[in-house]
Design a binder for this molecule. Sequence first.
Ligand code: NAP
Length: 248
Amino acid sequence: MIFKDKVAIVSGGSRGIGREIVLMLAANGADVIFTYLANKEAAEGLAREVEKLGRKACPAQLDSRDFNRSKELIEKTKQDFGRLDVLVNNAGITKDKALMMMAKEDWSSVIDTNLTGTFNLTRNAIVTFLKQKSGNIVNITSITGMIGMARQTNYAASKAGIIGFTKALAKEVASYNIRVNAVAPGFIDTDMVSGLKEEYRKSLAQNIPLGRFGKTAEVANAVKFLLGDESAFITGQVIVVDGGLSIR
Ligand code: NAP
């Protein structure tokens, strides 16, 4: 039980990678507060699964673009649990388009959800972490933020921003026993990629050295490592979980 009695917040926990991270944390002993945007049914279903694991689960409808409600969530967590140990900034969206077709709204919604959303929760949680002189943050970025992908200028900019944010904050708070790292997945089987046509999906998989899309559990395993004591000397780093795609 490597996270026994720890208190964790995970953004975008109702589906996909975030859901797997919530379950991984609970299975390892943590109580988990997780956010979602609209999918109340999935969030409540997940809360029931966490409770079956013997841990507390608090689903919270919270648009990651909302700074004030992010602040309230951190304050409520402190009131209800008395502490906060872990923050995983996972909520994210794509709105892929060629730049010449990209509306201002396509740009803003992706930057605001992915990058400003990471700021919103972290800015509020960091005060608690600094006072406690402990805390562990993992931000979910993407290999797109490292190598770029066509039709993803908005998403790539948001994810590259998260990497810069991770490294700068890691330097800023290391002396307070707070670690900040990132995980950069490649193509992972979730709703985010479920809209891809089968043929396109096959051609993408052929370009991945390990020959397949990743599983959500494979991302959660990297998060588990970064949140656990086995990575105690690691901060400001990005672990890539992409089947080798970015080395080609
Ligand atoms: P997903 O299956 O589409 O799930 C997205 C999650 O984020 C859902 O829980 C959703 O809530 C939540 N969310 C969306 N907008 C939100 C907002 N404004 N405020 C709060 N929550 C919001 O996505 P995923 O594939 O698991 O991706 C998770 C993270 O991994 C994202 O940051 C993504 O960029 C990153 N990533 C994914 C891949 C991939 O191939 N899947 C690759 C690289 C990086 P609702 O259920 O309420 O909609």
